[in-house]
Every structure is written in C-alpha cells, then in structure tokens.
Design a protein around this ligand. Structure first.
Ligand SMILES: [Zn+2]
Length: 60
C-alpha cells in the first residue's frame, strides 16, 4: 500500500515534470516565434510599402 502510494507520487511528480518541460518548450517556442515575427514585421511592412509605391499607390 505504502509502496504503491510512493510509486504513485513519483509517477505524478514525473508527469508534472514532463508537463512543465513541455510547457517550458512551448513557451520558449512561442516567445521565439513572437520575437521572429516582431523582428520580421518591419521588414514585411517595408517590402509591402515599397511594393505599394512600385504599384503606384500613394500611401502617405
Ligand atoms: Zn509610402
């Protein structure tokens, strides 16, 4: 009985660790993609801006 409880606790702790690690990886990936998006956004904006001017659209 006691052994089972200890094993259950170890198993639960292991599951918690895996979940925390998955969340950490997910958070890191989300932060990384957000950072890439944030860094690329001005470049995309500039290229769209240049494209609009090349197409003869007055935007400002
Ligand atoms: Zn412009």
């Amino acid at each position: 009985m006691t052994t089972e409880t200890v094993h259950g606790r170890i198993g639960a702790a292991r599951d918690d660790l895996t979940t925390a690690q998955l969340l950490a990886v997910f958070a890191f990936a989300a932060a990384l993609s957000f950072a890439l998006l944030f860094l690329q956004e001005p470049l995309i904006h500039d290229s769209m801006h240049n494209f609009r001017h090349a197409a003869g659209v007055v935007c400002h």
